[in-house]
Design a protein around this ligand. Structure first.
Ligand SMILES: Cc1ncc(COP(=O)(O)O)c(C=O)c1O
Length: 422
Protein backbone atom coordinates (compact mmCIF):
# COMPACT_ATOMS: atom_id res chain seq x y z
CA UNK A 1 0.00 0.00 0.00
CA UNK A 2 2.72 2.42 1.06
CA UNK A 3 4.55 1.72 -2.19
CA UNK A 4 1.47 2.51 -4.23
CA UNK A 5 0.82 5.71 -2.26
CA UNK A 6 4.41 6.74 -2.79
CA UNK A 7 4.08 6.08 -6.52
CA UNK A 8 0.93 8.17 -6.73
CA UNK A 9 2.55 11.01 -4.79
CA UNK A 10 5.53 10.88 -7.10
CA UNK A 11 3.53 11.02 -10.33
CA UNK A 12 1.18 13.60 -8.87
CA UNK A 13 4.22 15.77 -8.22
CA UNK A 14 5.41 15.16 -11.78
CA UNK A 15 2.09 16.23 -13.19
CA UNK A 16 2.02 19.40 -11.13
CA UNK A 17 5.55 20.35 -12.16
CA UNK A 18 4.83 19.96 -15.85
CA UNK A 19 1.32 21.45 -15.90
CA UNK A 20 2.11 24.45 -18.07
CA UNK A 21 4.82 24.04 -20.67
CA UNK A 22 7.09 27.09 -20.69
CA UNK A 23 10.71 26.12 -20.91
CA UNK A 24 13.41 28.06 -19.17
CA UNK A 25 15.98 26.51 -21.50
CA UNK A 26 14.17 27.60 -24.64
CA UNK A 27 15.67 30.04 -27.13
CA UNK A 28 14.52 33.51 -26.03
CA UNK A 29 12.15 35.07 -28.52
CA UNK A 30 13.27 38.39 -29.93
CA UNK A 31 11.74 41.37 -28.19
CA UNK A 32 9.07 42.98 -30.38
CA UNK A 33 9.78 46.73 -30.58
CA UNK A 34 6.49 48.22 -29.42
CA UNK A 35 7.14 51.64 -30.96
CA UNK A 36 6.98 50.26 -34.52
CA UNK A 37 3.72 49.68 -36.38
CA UNK A 38 3.12 46.22 -37.91
CA UNK A 39 3.89 47.70 -41.36
CA UNK A 40 7.22 49.13 -40.13
CA UNK A 41 8.16 45.91 -38.36
CA UNK A 42 7.23 43.82 -41.41
CA UNK A 43 10.18 45.26 -43.33
CA UNK A 44 12.75 45.12 -40.50
CA UNK A 45 15.08 42.38 -41.77
CA UNK A 46 17.24 42.44 -38.62
CA UNK A 47 14.19 41.64 -36.51
CA UNK A 48 13.03 38.84 -38.85
CA UNK A 49 16.50 37.30 -38.93
CA UNK A 50 16.19 37.03 -35.14
CA UNK A 51 12.72 35.51 -35.46
CA UNK A 52 14.13 33.01 -37.96
CA UNK A 53 16.50 31.74 -35.26
CA UNK A 54 13.43 30.56 -33.29
CA UNK A 55 13.01 27.89 -35.99
CA UNK A 56 15.17 24.94 -36.98
CA UNK A 57 15.31 24.99 -40.77
CA UNK A 58 16.94 22.53 -43.16
CA UNK A 59 19.56 24.70 -44.93
CA UNK A 60 19.81 22.32 -47.94
CA UNK A 61 16.64 23.62 -49.51
CA UNK A 62 14.76 26.93 -49.59
CA UNK A 63 11.36 25.93 -48.33
CA UNK A 64 8.63 27.99 -49.98
CA UNK A 65 5.99 25.28 -49.45
CA UNK A 66 4.91 26.19 -45.93
CA UNK A 67 1.22 26.09 -46.86
CA UNK A 68 1.04 22.33 -46.32
CA UNK A 69 2.04 22.66 -42.70
CA UNK A 70 4.19 25.18 -40.89
CA UNK A 71 7.38 24.25 -39.09
CA UNK A 72 6.90 24.93 -35.40
CA UNK A 73 9.27 27.17 -33.46
CA UNK A 74 11.87 25.27 -31.46
CA UNK A 75 10.17 26.17 -28.19
CA UNK A 76 6.91 24.63 -29.33
CA UNK A 77 8.79 21.55 -30.46
CA UNK A 78 10.51 21.29 -27.08
CA UNK A 79 7.22 21.79 -25.22
CA UNK A 80 5.70 19.05 -27.33
CA UNK A 81 8.56 16.63 -26.67
CA UNK A 82 8.45 17.45 -22.97
CA UNK A 83 4.75 16.62 -22.87
CA UNK A 84 5.27 13.41 -24.83
CA UNK A 85 7.82 12.35 -22.19
CA UNK A 86 5.62 13.44 -19.33
CA UNK A 87 2.57 11.53 -20.57
CA UNK A 88 4.73 8.50 -21.28
CA UNK A 89 5.96 8.62 -17.67
CA UNK A 90 2.42 8.81 -16.25
CA UNK A 91 0.11 7.61 -19.01
CA UNK A 92 -3.20 6.58 -17.42
CA UNK A 93 -2.64 8.98 -14.52
CA UNK A 94 -2.47 11.87 -16.95
CA UNK A 95 -5.47 10.69 -18.93
CA UNK A 96 -7.67 10.06 -15.90
CA UNK A 97 -6.60 12.94 -13.67
CA UNK A 98 -5.48 15.80 -15.87
CA UNK A 99 -6.62 15.40 -19.45
CA UNK A 100 -10.08 16.93 -19.18
CA UNK A 101 -9.14 19.96 -17.07
CA UNK A 102 -6.17 20.67 -19.36
CA UNK A 103 -8.36 20.43 -22.45
CA UNK A 104 -10.86 22.87 -21.01
CA UNK A 105 -8.04 25.27 -20.15
CA UNK A 106 -6.64 25.04 -23.66
CA UNK A 107 -10.07 25.60 -25.13
CA UNK A 108 -10.28 28.78 -23.06
CA UNK A 109 -7.00 29.95 -24.59
CA UNK A 110 -8.04 29.08 -28.14
CA UNK A 111 -11.46 30.64 -27.68
CA UNK A 112 -9.86 33.82 -26.40
CA UNK A 113 -7.58 33.91 -29.43
CA UNK A 114 -10.57 33.42 -31.74
CA UNK A 115 -12.75 35.91 -29.85
CA UNK A 116 -15.45 33.38 -28.95
CA UNK A 117 -16.56 31.38 -25.92
CA UNK A 118 -14.84 28.14 -24.86
CA UNK A 119 -18.16 26.29 -24.88
CA UNK A 120 -18.32 26.92 -28.65
CA UNK A 121 -14.95 25.29 -29.39
CA UNK A 122 -13.75 21.71 -30.03
CA UNK A 123 -10.11 20.68 -30.47
CA UNK A 124 -9.84 18.32 -33.43
CA UNK A 125 -7.03 16.49 -35.22
CA UNK A 126 -7.10 18.85 -38.19
CA UNK A 127 -9.33 21.08 -40.29
CA UNK A 128 -10.73 18.11 -42.19
CA UNK A 129 -12.15 16.60 -39.02
CA UNK A 130 -13.56 19.94 -37.87
CA UNK A 131 -15.22 20.68 -41.21
CA UNK A 132 -16.48 17.17 -41.88
CA UNK A 133 -18.27 17.09 -38.52
CA UNK A 134 -20.28 19.94 -40.04
CA UNK A 135 -20.52 18.81 -43.65
CA UNK A 136 -21.61 15.29 -42.74
CA UNK A 137 -23.71 16.41 -39.79
CA UNK A 138 -25.82 19.38 -40.79
CA UNK A 139 -29.39 18.26 -41.57
CA UNK A 140 -30.07 17.79 -45.28
CA UNK A 141 -32.75 15.63 -46.87
CA UNK A 142 -32.94 14.03 -50.35
CA UNK A 143 -33.43 16.80 -52.90
CA UNK A 144 -31.85 19.45 -50.67
CA UNK A 145 -28.97 21.38 -52.19
CA UNK A 146 -25.50 22.49 -51.12
CA UNK A 147 -23.29 25.15 -52.70
CA UNK A 148 -19.52 24.76 -52.91
CA UNK A 149 -16.87 26.28 -55.20
CA UNK A 150 -14.49 24.89 -57.81
CA UNK A 151 -11.58 25.94 -55.57
CA UNK A 152 -12.64 24.35 -52.28
CA UNK A 153 -10.34 21.82 -50.65
CA UNK A 154 -10.79 18.27 -52.03
CA UNK A 155 -11.57 16.65 -48.65
CA UNK A 156 -14.55 18.95 -48.18
CA UNK A 157 -15.74 18.39 -51.73
CA UNK A 158 -15.54 14.61 -51.20
CA UNK A 159 -17.62 14.86 -48.01
CA UNK A 160 -20.37 16.70 -49.92
CA UNK A 161 -20.13 14.17 -52.76
CA UNK A 162 -20.59 11.38 -50.22
CA UNK A 163 -23.83 12.95 -49.00
CA UNK A 164 -24.87 13.31 -52.61
CA UNK A 165 -24.34 9.58 -53.14
CA UNK A 166 -25.76 8.44 -49.81
CA UNK A 167 -28.67 10.77 -49.33
CA UNK A 168 -29.49 12.14 -52.77
CA UNK A 169 -28.67 15.77 -52.05
CA UNK A 170 -27.56 17.94 -54.98
CA UNK A 171 -24.26 19.85 -55.01
CA UNK A 172 -24.01 23.07 -57.04
CA UNK A 173 -20.49 24.24 -57.84
CA UNK A 174 -19.66 27.95 -58.14
CA UNK A 175 -16.91 28.98 -60.57
CA UNK A 176 -14.77 31.41 -58.64
CA UNK A 177 -13.10 34.25 -60.54
CA UNK A 178 -9.28 34.17 -60.24
CA UNK A 179 -8.98 37.94 -60.33
CA UNK A 180 -12.11 39.48 -58.85
CA UNK A 181 -11.94 43.24 -58.62
CA UNK A 182 -14.63 43.61 -55.97
CA UNK A 183 -16.44 41.55 -53.30
CA UNK A 184 -19.77 41.71 -55.08
CA UNK A 185 -18.45 39.61 -57.99
CA UNK A 186 -17.74 36.76 -55.58
CA UNK A 187 -20.95 37.22 -53.60
CA UNK A 188 -22.96 37.27 -56.86
CA UNK A 189 -21.37 34.01 -57.99
CA UNK A 190 -22.54 32.26 -54.80
CA UNK A 191 -25.93 34.00 -54.83
CA UNK A 192 -26.58 32.73 -58.37
CA UNK A 193 -26.01 29.13 -57.21
CA UNK A 194 -28.47 29.33 -54.29
CA UNK A 195 -31.97 28.00 -54.95
CA UNK A 196 -34.98 27.65 -52.62
CA UNK A 197 -33.72 24.11 -51.86
CA UNK A 198 -30.24 25.19 -50.76
CA UNK A 199 -29.56 24.30 -47.13
CA UNK A 200 -25.77 24.49 -46.76
CA UNK A 201 -22.95 26.49 -48.34
CA UNK A 202 -19.19 26.08 -47.97
CA UNK A 203 -17.05 29.23 -48.11
CA UNK A 204 -13.27 28.88 -48.05
CA UNK A 205 -11.83 31.93 -46.32
CA UNK A 206 -8.37 31.70 -47.87
CA UNK A 207 -8.08 29.56 -50.99
CA UNK A 208 -5.18 27.13 -50.56
CA UNK A 209 -4.43 27.01 -54.31
CA UNK A 210 -3.90 30.72 -54.86
CA UNK A 211 -4.05 32.64 -51.57
CA UNK A 212 -7.15 34.52 -52.66
CA UNK A 213 -9.21 35.73 -49.68
CA UNK A 214 -12.98 35.52 -50.07
CA UNK A 215 -15.39 38.05 -48.55
CA UNK A 216 -16.70 35.55 -46.00
CA UNK A 217 -18.51 38.16 -43.93
CA UNK A 218 -20.65 39.04 -46.96
CA UNK A 219 -21.06 35.35 -47.82
CA UNK A 220 -22.25 34.62 -44.27
CA UNK A 221 -24.68 37.56 -44.52
CA UNK A 222 -25.90 36.19 -47.85
CA UNK A 223 -26.46 32.74 -46.31
CA UNK A 224 -28.32 34.20 -43.35
CA UNK A 225 -30.57 36.26 -45.63
CA UNK A 226 -31.40 33.14 -47.69
CA UNK A 227 -31.78 30.73 -44.77
CA UNK A 228 -28.64 28.81 -45.76
CA UNK A 229 -26.12 27.49 -43.19
CA UNK A 230 -22.63 28.72 -44.14
CA UNK A 231 -19.60 26.64 -43.16
CA UNK A 232 -16.37 28.63 -43.26
CA UNK A 233 -13.22 26.69 -44.13
CA UNK A 234 -10.57 28.71 -42.32
CA UNK A 235 -7.77 26.13 -42.57
CA UNK A 236 -5.39 28.75 -43.97
CA UNK A 237 -6.78 31.97 -42.55
CA UNK A 238 -6.59 31.40 -38.80
CA UNK A 239 -3.45 32.94 -37.26
CA UNK A 240 -2.38 34.04 -40.76
CA UNK A 241 -4.86 36.88 -41.25
CA UNK A 242 -5.45 38.96 -38.16
CA UNK A 243 -9.15 38.65 -37.33
CA UNK A 244 -11.51 37.48 -34.62
CA UNK A 245 -14.35 35.13 -35.53
CA UNK A 246 -17.17 37.58 -34.62
CA UNK A 247 -15.85 39.89 -37.36
CA UNK A 248 -16.73 37.21 -39.92
CA UNK A 249 -20.26 36.84 -38.55
CA UNK A 250 -20.02 33.10 -39.13
CA UNK A 251 -21.89 30.33 -37.34
CA UNK A 252 -19.50 27.50 -38.25
CA UNK A 253 -15.72 27.64 -38.72
CA UNK A 254 -13.09 24.91 -38.98
CA UNK A 255 -9.33 25.38 -39.09
CA UNK A 256 -5.98 23.64 -38.84
CA UNK A 257 -3.72 24.69 -35.99
CA UNK A 258 -0.65 22.99 -37.53
CA UNK A 259 -0.63 25.55 -40.30
CA UNK A 260 -0.32 29.22 -39.35
CA UNK A 261 -0.64 28.94 -35.59
CA UNK A 262 2.50 26.75 -35.77
CA UNK A 263 1.17 24.06 -33.42
CA UNK A 264 2.46 20.48 -33.72
CA UNK A 265 1.15 18.31 -36.53
CA UNK A 266 -2.28 16.87 -35.72
CA UNK A 267 -4.20 19.83 -34.33
CA UNK A 268 -7.31 21.63 -35.51
CA UNK A 269 -10.23 23.62 -34.13
CA UNK A 270 -13.96 23.64 -34.73
CA UNK A 271 -16.14 26.58 -33.75
CA UNK A 272 -19.94 26.41 -33.69
CA UNK A 273 -21.99 29.36 -32.53
CA UNK A 274 -23.82 28.42 -29.33
CA UNK A 275 -27.32 28.69 -30.84
CA UNK A 276 -26.35 26.28 -33.66
CA UNK A 277 -24.73 23.49 -31.62
CA UNK A 278 -27.97 21.56 -31.06
CA UNK A 279 -28.47 20.94 -34.77
CA UNK A 280 -25.01 19.40 -35.33
CA UNK A 281 -25.11 15.71 -34.38
CA UNK A 282 -21.90 14.01 -33.22
CA UNK A 283 -20.01 12.32 -36.04
CA UNK A 284 -18.69 9.91 -33.40
CA UNK A 285 -21.55 8.63 -31.26
CA UNK A 286 -22.59 10.36 -28.05
CA UNK A 287 -26.09 10.08 -26.61
CA UNK A 288 -25.32 11.18 -23.08
CA UNK A 289 -24.60 14.90 -23.27
CA UNK A 290 -27.33 17.47 -23.97
CA UNK A 291 -27.63 18.41 -27.66
CA UNK A 292 -26.53 21.95 -26.78
CA UNK A 293 -23.23 20.82 -25.18
CA UNK A 294 -20.40 21.03 -27.70
CA UNK A 295 -18.45 18.35 -25.82
CA UNK A 296 -20.81 15.83 -27.43
CA UNK A 297 -18.51 16.20 -30.46
CA UNK A 298 -15.39 15.25 -28.49
CA UNK A 299 -16.03 11.53 -28.00
CA UNK A 300 -13.32 10.48 -30.45
CA UNK A 301 -11.41 8.03 -28.27
CA UNK A 302 -7.97 8.29 -26.71
CA UNK A 303 -6.40 11.54 -27.85
CA UNK A 304 -2.84 12.74 -28.59
CA UNK A 305 -2.83 14.97 -25.50
CA UNK A 306 0.83 15.96 -25.81
CA UNK A 307 0.01 17.66 -29.12
CA UNK A 308 -2.85 19.50 -27.48
CA UNK A 309 -0.71 20.67 -24.58
CA UNK A 310 1.89 22.07 -26.96
CA UNK A 311 -0.78 24.22 -28.66
CA UNK A 312 -0.54 26.46 -25.60
CA UNK A 313 3.10 27.21 -26.44
CA UNK A 314 2.18 27.93 -30.08
CA UNK A 315 -0.43 30.42 -28.88
CA UNK A 316 2.23 32.11 -26.74
CA UNK A 317 4.56 32.43 -29.73
CA UNK A 318 1.77 33.82 -31.90
CA UNK A 319 0.76 36.33 -29.24
CA UNK A 320 4.37 37.31 -28.60
CA UNK A 321 4.72 38.44 -32.22
CA UNK A 322 1.12 39.61 -32.48
CA UNK A 323 -1.36 38.62 -35.18
CA UNK A 324 -1.15 41.99 -36.97
CA UNK A 325 2.66 41.86 -37.17
CA UNK A 326 2.59 38.29 -38.46
CA UNK A 327 0.02 39.08 -41.14
CA UNK A 328 1.95 42.19 -42.19
CA UNK A 329 5.19 40.22 -42.57
CA UNK A 330 3.58 37.38 -44.54
CA UNK A 331 1.90 39.88 -46.86
CA UNK A 332 5.13 41.83 -47.28
CA UNK A 333 7.00 38.68 -48.35
CA UNK A 334 4.25 37.79 -50.84
CA UNK A 335 4.26 41.31 -52.28
CA UNK A 336 8.07 41.30 -52.50
CA UNK A 337 8.28 38.22 -54.74
CA UNK A 338 5.00 38.66 -56.61
CA UNK A 339 5.74 42.22 -57.75
CA UNK A 340 9.18 41.20 -59.04
CA UNK A 341 7.85 38.05 -60.70
CA UNK A 342 5.00 39.90 -62.40
CA UNK A 343 7.52 42.16 -64.20
CA UNK A 344 9.15 39.15 -65.94
CA UNK A 345 7.83 38.70 -69.52
CA UNK A 346 5.83 35.47 -69.81
CA UNK A 347 5.16 35.21 -66.07
CA UNK A 348 1.59 35.61 -64.73
CA UNK A 349 0.06 35.66 -61.27
CA UNK A 350 -2.93 33.51 -60.38
CA UNK A 351 -4.19 35.69 -57.54
CA UNK A 352 -5.26 39.26 -56.94
CA UNK A 353 -2.72 41.57 -55.26
CA UNK A 354 -5.34 43.81 -53.66
CA UNK A 355 -4.75 43.48 -49.86
CA UNK A 356 -8.48 42.96 -49.30
CA UNK A 357 -8.41 39.85 -51.49
CA UNK A 358 -4.93 38.39 -50.95
CA UNK A 359 -2.70 36.87 -48.28
CA UNK A 360 0.84 35.63 -47.67
CA UNK A 361 0.32 32.71 -50.04
CA UNK A 362 0.48 33.18 -53.80
CA UNK A 363 0.54 31.35 -57.11
CA UNK A 364 2.57 32.08 -60.23
CA UNK A 365 2.78 30.53 -63.69
CA UNK A 366 4.93 30.83 -66.81
CA UNK A 367 3.34 30.77 -70.27
CA UNK A 368 4.28 27.59 -72.13
CA UNK A 369 5.47 25.73 -68.98
CA UNK A 370 3.44 23.25 -66.96
CA UNK A 371 3.24 23.72 -63.19
CA UNK A 372 5.34 20.59 -62.70
CA UNK A 373 8.03 21.85 -65.08
CA UNK A 374 8.29 25.07 -63.09
CA UNK A 375 8.37 23.39 -59.68
CA UNK A 376 10.93 20.81 -60.86
CA UNK A 377 13.17 23.44 -62.45
CA UNK A 378 13.22 25.59 -59.32
CA UNK A 379 14.05 22.61 -57.15
CA UNK A 380 16.68 21.08 -59.43
CA UNK A 381 18.47 24.27 -60.47
CA UNK A 382 17.96 26.51 -57.44
CA UNK A 383 17.04 24.19 -54.55
CA UNK A 384 13.83 26.19 -54.16
CA UNK A 385 10.93 24.01 -53.01
CA UNK A 386 7.38 24.94 -54.10
CA UNK A 387 4.40 22.86 -55.19
CA UNK A 388 2.86 22.48 -58.65
CA UNK A 389 -0.86 23.32 -58.79
CA UNK A 390 -2.69 21.90 -61.81
CA UNK A 391 -6.31 22.62 -60.94
CA UNK A 392 -8.60 23.74 -63.76
CA UNK A 393 -7.99 27.45 -64.29
CA UNK A 394 -5.22 27.51 -61.68
CA UNK A 395 -2.03 26.57 -63.51
CA UNK A 396 1.12 27.50 -61.66
CA UNK A 397 3.22 26.89 -58.58
CA UNK A 398 2.09 27.78 -55.09
CA UNK A 399 4.60 29.88 -53.17
CA UNK A 400 4.24 30.04 -49.40
CA UNK A 401 6.95 31.80 -47.41
CA UNK A 402 7.06 31.41 -43.61
CA UNK A 403 8.26 33.69 -40.81
CA UNK A 404 11.82 32.44 -41.29
CA UNK A 405 11.88 33.27 -45.01
CA UNK A 406 14.40 35.96 -45.98
CA UNK A 407 14.37 38.33 -48.93
CA UNK A 408 17.42 36.46 -50.26
CA UNK A 409 15.29 33.29 -50.35
CA UNK A 410 12.71 35.11 -52.44
CA UNK A 411 15.38 36.54 -54.74
CA UNK A 412 16.36 32.93 -55.55
CA UNK A 413 12.78 32.19 -56.52
CA UNK A 414 12.52 35.24 -58.75
CA UNK A 415 15.90 34.50 -60.38
CA UNK A 416 14.75 30.95 -61.14
CA UNK A 417 11.47 32.12 -62.66
CA UNK A 418 13.34 34.65 -64.81
CA UNK A 419 15.78 32.03 -66.09
CA UNK A 420 13.01 29.57 -66.96
CA UNK A 421 10.76 32.19 -68.56
CA UNK A 422 13.71 33.69 -70.48
C1 LIG B 1 -8.46 25.23 -47.64
C2 LIG B 1 -8.12 23.99 -46.87
N1 LIG B 1 -9.08 23.36 -46.20
C3 LIG B 1 -8.85 22.25 -45.48
C4 LIG B 1 -7.60 21.70 -45.42
C5 LIG B 1 -7.38 20.45 -44.65
O1 LIG B 1 -6.58 20.73 -43.54
P1 LIG B 1 -6.05 19.53 -42.63
O2 LIG B 1 -4.97 18.88 -43.42
O3 LIG B 1 -5.58 20.22 -41.40
O4 LIG B 1 -7.18 18.63 -42.39
C6 LIG B 1 -6.55 22.30 -46.11
C7 LIG B 1 -5.20 21.74 -46.07
O5 LIG B 1 -4.28 22.16 -46.72
C8 LIG B 1 -6.82 23.48 -46.85
O6 LIG B 1 -5.85 24.10 -47.54
Amino acid sequence: MAGRRGFLQKISGLAAAAALPRLASAQPWPAVPGQLSPAQLAIDEVFWAQVARSFMVNPDVTNLENGYLCAVPQDVLEAHLQQVRRINAEPAWYMRRHQFADREQLKQQLAQLAGVSADEVVITRNATEALEILILGLPMRPGDEAVISDQDYPNMVEAFRMRERREGIKVNVVKLPLHPTNDQQVVDAYAAAITPRTKVMLATHLINLTGQVLPVKQLCDLGRAKGVEVIVDGAHSFAHLDFALPQLGCDYFGTSLHKWLCAPLGAGMLYIKQAKIAQVPPLFGDATLPATDIRKLERVGTQPCANHLAIAEAIRFHQHLGGAVKEARLRYLRTYWAERASRIPGVYLNMPLDPARSSGLGNVGIRGKTPTQIADYLLEKHRVFTVAIDHGPVQGIRVTPHLFTSLADLDKLVAGLKELAG
